[in-house]
Design a protein around this ligand. Structure first.
Ligand SMILES: N[C@@H](CCC(=O)N[C@@H](CS)C(=O)NCC(=O)O)C(=O)O
Length: 215
C-alpha cells in the first residue's frame, strides 16, 4: 500500500496542487478516485467518511485525513522536506501567496472554467463578465510579480508556486485564457515549473477522462 492516499479527480485543479506536490517530491502515493460529476462529494456518506466540507482534495497519511490544498501542501512540505520555507520570512511570504491564490487566483479561475467548459448548462454572460472582472486583476498582480523574480517566493520553487499553478496547465480552451498570448511572465513561469523533475500534467496525473461540456 502506498504511503500517501490522495482523493482526487482529473478536472480538479485544487486536487492537482496536492498531486503535483506528491509527484515533484517523488513521494509514494496513490490516487483514490472521486466520482465528482455524479455527485459523490455531495453524498452524506462521503462527507461523513472523507470530508465534511464536501471538497477535493483530501490527503490520507499516517492516520490523518487532511483537506484544503494549502494545508496539504504545507503538511507535505514538512514531511518531505521539499518546496517548503527555509526561514520565517519565507514562510510568511509563502502563506501570503497561498491565501491570495485561494481567494483571488484559483477561486475565480476555477469557477470561470467550470462555467465555460464543464457544466451542462449554457453560462450566463453576466456571470462570465463578473468573473473575468475578478480574474483579470488577480492575473495582473501575478504577472507583475513574476516579472521581478523567477518563482513566487523568490529564486527557487516552493509550495506557493505549486498552489498558484493548480489551474494553469489545463488547456487554454478549457480555461478561456491562453497565457502564452496574454500573460508572458505567467507563461514563462509555468514553463519553469513544467521543467522541474517529476512534473506531470493534471490529466496524466489524476484519475478521470478529459471532456468538454456538450451544449
Ligand atoms: N480551498 C479549497 C478548494 C477546494 C475545492 O473547491 N475543490 C473543488 C474541486 S476543484 C470541490 O471539491 N468543490 C465541491 C464543491 O464546492 O461543492 C482547496 O484549496 O482545497
Amino acid at each position: 500500500m502506498a504511503e500517501y492516499k490522495l482523493h482526487c479527480f482529473a478536472q480538479s485543479g485544487n486536487a492537482y496542487k496536492a498531486a503535483l506536490m506528491l509527484a515533484l517530491s517523488g513521494a509514494d502515493w496513490q490516487a483514490v478516485p472521486i466520482d465528482y460529476f455524479n455527485g459523490e462529494t455531495r453524498q452524506p456518506d462521503w462527507r461523513q467518511a472523507v470530508n465534511a466540507m464536501g471538497e477535493a482534495p483530501v490527503l490520507e497519511h499516517g492516520g490523518r485525513r487532511l483537506s484544503q490544498s494549502g494545508v496539504i501542501l504545507s503538511y507535505l512540505a514538512r514531511r518531505t522536506g521539499k518546496f517548503g520555507p527555509e526561514s520565517e520570512e519565507e514562510e510568511l511570504e509563502i502563506l501570503r501567496w497561498i491565501l491570495f491564490d485561494n481567494h483571488k487566483f484559483t477561486s475565480y479561475l476555477a469557477t470561470y472554467r467550470f462555467q465555460i467548459a464543464l457544466m451542462p448548462q449554457t453560462p450566463n454572460p453576466d456571470v462570465l463578465k463578473f468573473l473575468r472582472g475578478r480574474i483579470d486583476p488577480a492575473f495582473a498582480v501575478v504577472e507583475a510579480h513574476l516579472g521581478t523574480q523567477p518563482f513566487i517566493a523568490g529564486a527557487r520553487p516552493t509550495i506557493a508556486d505549486i498552489s498558484l499553478s493548480g489551474y494553469v496547465f489545463y488547456p487554454p480552451e478549457e480555461l478561456g485564457y491562453d497565457f502564452k498570448e496574454t500573460h508572458p511572465n505567467i507563461f514563462a513561469w509555468s514553463e519553469r515549473i513544467k521543467a522541474l523533475p517529476g512534473w506531470v500534467g493534471p490529466y496524466e496525473l489524476m484519475p478521470g477522462e478529459r471532456f468538454m461540456a456538450q451544449r
